[in-house]
Structures are given as C-alpha cells and as structure tokens.
Ligand binder design. Structure first.
Ligand code: KDG
Length: 338
C-alpha cells in the first residue's frame, strides 16, 4: 500500500514522474569507461587493433561501454599498467608476455629463445590448451586475460657494427624487456644487456646509453628506431606474444552480458590484429632496407645463435617447470606434424 501510495504521489507530479522514469532508464544504461593503454605508438598494428576493438565493443554494447585509447606509454610502461589494472585504476592493457613473467612465473616459458619456429606454430600453442591454461593463471593476480595478440619475432638492431655471428655481439650494450630470460639469453650471446622500459628506449639509444635493442620489423620502422640505429640482423631469436587483459576489479563490476561482449570481441579482433601485424612486419622489413644496413642470416648461420642460447633452457628449467616447457614443445611438434 505504501509503495502504491508513493507511486501515486510521484505520478501526480509530472516533474517527479519524469525524474523517476529517467532514473530507471539511467540504471539500465549505466555507462562503463575503459581506459586502454599500450607502449607502442598509434601507427602500430596493436593500436589499429585497439581502435577496431573499441568500435566493436561500443557498438555491440549499445554505448554501455566507452573506450578511451592511450598509446606511446601515455599511461605508463607494461609493468606499471599491469599494476594499475591490479589496483583498478586502469581497465585494459596489452603487454608483451616478457614483463608478465614478473607476475606469473610460468609465463616465462614463452620468452625462451627460439621456442616457436613460426608464428603459425605460436598461434597453435597460444590458442590451444597450454596457452589458455596460462591465461587463466592471470586471475590469481587480479588480471583477466582475454586473448593473445601478436608482437612478433624480434630482431637485433645496433649502432656499432653489422652482426653476422654471435661473436659480433660481444660487448654490445643491448636494451631488453624486463625479463630474466631475455637478460640471460643476451648474456649467453656475449652482450651486455640492460632491462629498460620501452618508453625510455629511443632516447637511451639516441644518447648512447645503449648500443642496441631488439624488436619486430614494424616497431623498428614505425618507432623511427632507424634514425638512431644503423644495423639490423634478422635474428628472430624470440617470438613475443601480447596478452590483451582487463582489470579483474573492473571486470567483476560489469554485468555478465558486457563481460561476454569483451571476451567475444577480444577473440574476434585477435585474428585481425595478427593479420595486419604480419602484413606490417613483412612490409617494413622491406622498407628498412632503404634506411639501415640489413643483414639476413641463412638458416645455417642462425644455428650459431641458437646454440649460444641453449644454456638458458637448463638454467630456467626449474623455475618455469620442466613439464610446462615440455608441454609447449610437444604442442609445437604436434603443429609441425599436422
Ligand atoms: O605496447 C607494447 C609495448 O609496451 C611493449 O610490450 C613493446 O616489445 C615491446 C618492448 O620492447 O618493450
């Protein structure tokens, strides 16, 4: 009776009724804002894919999710952004797996040198049971892994000399991502590696704090690294996956239909992101020939680098887990025998 009474009172006053109706509507249309940040710039395949994802999410959620995109480490580096996701002060980021190793040790498996023979083999493992098992582990750290996107095979650039053999690497100061496996691999190849956030890399190369770095062709070109680096070699020493992830604190607040939209669209955009990333890496590899001294190693020459980093597998076997390394290798083999 009381409720009916109050409704009656409201409806007898046109203004109050309007507010009541509007309020109900607002509840249904609560808008959630996602701030998505990455380290690469707005020309990267990663950013183009985020733009596509934003369009899809905003459309499918009928405007109930709004996405703001930030590039070039505007919101911080990979590690800082993951920490912000944990705190719930940022909603989405897409780091390389390398810095994820500092949160979930098992992720270090993907950064073992020369693990994946091709990006198709990487797709098979990442989208398969082992990759998905690891994504799930992120939840322990307050992070929800939505999908693996691609950074790609990394190649060494430097400002000192052309690199054709591991001996040419001796003494080069190489910037690495923040990951002990990357450090160990470069040490094993004779370099003098220094971990550093991506946002500091260009000026570090410009000022000679480091001699070199390693990243995929697209990044070397689109971040203008050729302006401060003269030599590049197709070392392809490691394949870097990206993980598109969302803050669990934020995700838990979303109604389930919106959670589903995020999960589904992240997977759909994955194929687009990988496709344009591969096209860009192929295109910029050619374009770099006009900008840098490019050394292309034969399969035989690459073996010397592979041999040099072999001790890294033994060194990290215990920390990563011999079983996990084996699982990944078995899936790579399964892909190759398909
Ligand atoms: O947006 C991704 C970057 O933050 C970073 O992961 C790029 O490969 C990278 C690097 O070298 O730090």
């Amino acid at each position: 009776v009381l409720l009916a009474g109050s409704l009656l009172t409201l409806s007898s006053d046109a203004g109050a009724w309007w507010i009541f109706g509007e309020d109900k509507d607002n509840n249904k249309k609560k808008v959630y804002t996602i701030r998505a940040g990455i380290g690469l710039n707005d020309k990267s395949a990663q950013f183009k894919a985020l733009e596509k994802w934003k369009q899809m999410v905003e459309k499918r959620s009928d405007g109930r999710i709004e996405m703001e995109l930030y590039h070039s480490s505007q919101l911080g580096d990979d590690r800082e952004m993951m920490e912000a996701l944990q705190l719930g002060t940022q909603e989405v980021t897409c780091p390389s797996t390398a810095p994820i190793g500092g949160f979930i040790p098992e992720f270090k498996v993907f950064d073992l040198p020369f693990l994946f023979p091709s990006n198709k083999a990487a797709d098979y493992v990442l989208d398969g049971p082992v990759g998905q098992r690891l994504l799930k582990k992120l939840e322990k750290e307050g992070l929800i892994g939505l999908a693996y996107w691609e950074n790609g095979f990394r190649h060494l650039t430097n400002s000192v000399r052309a690199v054709k053999t591991p001996a040419d690497i001796k003494g080069l100061k190489v910037r690495t991502m923040e990951n002990p496996i990357h450090l160990a691999a470069w040490e094993a190849m004779g370099a003098n590696p220094t971990p550093m956030a991506f946002g500091e890399l260009f000026s570090a190369m410009q000022q000679g704090v480091v001699d070199g770095q390693e990243n995929p062709w697209g990044t070397i070109y689109l971040q203008n690294f050729y302006e401060v680096q003269d030599y590049v070699t197709n070392t392809g020493h490691v394949y870097s996956p990206f993980v598109l992830m969302v803050s669990e604190k934020f995700y838990d607040k979303l109604p389930s239909d919106l959670q589903k939209i995020l999960r589904e669209t992240a997977k759909e955009v994955k194929d687009y992101q990988r496709k344009i990333n591969r096209e860009m890496n192929a295109k910029y590899r050619e374009k770099l020939k006009d900008k840098m001294n490019v050394t292309i190693l034969s399969a035989e020459e690459k073996k010397a680098f592979q041999k040099a980093v072999q001790p890294v597998y033994e060194k990290y076997e215990e920390e990563i887990g011999a079983g996990l390394i084996k699982d990944v290798m078995n899936e790579v083999e399964e892909y190759q025998n398909k």
